[in-house]
Design a protein around this ligand. Sequence first.
Ligand SMILES: Cc1cc2nc3c(=O)[nH]c(=O)nc-3n(C[C@H](O)[C@H](O)[C@H](O)COP(=O)(O)O)c2cc1C
Length: 168
Amino acid sequence: MNDILESIQARRSVRTFTGAPVSRDQLTSALMAAMAAPSARNLKPWNFVVVTRRDTVSALCKLHPYAGFGANAGAVILPFGKKRDFKWFDQDMAAATENLLLALSSLGLGATWCGMDDERQAAVRALVGLPEDQYLFAFIPVGVPAERPAPRTQYEASRVHWETFGGA
Ligand SMILES: Cc1cc2nc3c(=O)[nH]c(=O)nc-3n(C[C@H](O)[C@H](O)[C@H](O)COP(=O)(O)O)c2cc1C
């Protein structure tokens, strides 16, 4: 396996953190990878709120029903943009978000992609001062890992249809 294939399999969701801070330099490196993602017509709908203040990180993580584990994280990254009437928004944002996770992992940081739906928008938006015309795509606690989930693929040959549906 080459380095990129290895690092893709090494990216795992990390939900336990040491509580150590995460530097702005590291976060910027990961955001550079996020913004290297492909997007439809290269319109790049992505923006990111990056929160590193400890009290705000912990307050944010209390707001999300499945991100309570992040109270001890060093940062929360919130990818967002103008979703309304832009049909490629989710695909473009997902590409950037996966790049971001891969970069964070390659830098030795832990992170978990937590979903943002319509119901979760208002409270998180209010805490970071995001205007109502912006849509929060994901909620990503980031920190120095205190656990190391094992690298793995979840490859299943039965999910691959060679040439036509049902082809083996
Ligand atoms: C759209 C999306 C939403 C997710 N939401 C949450 C979440 O709210 N809380 C959480 O702990 N993990 C969340 N996850 C992480 C998944 O549980 C995790 O990616 C999956 O179990 C596979 O594990 P891995 O990331 O270690 O490969 C989410 C992942 C995605 C892609």
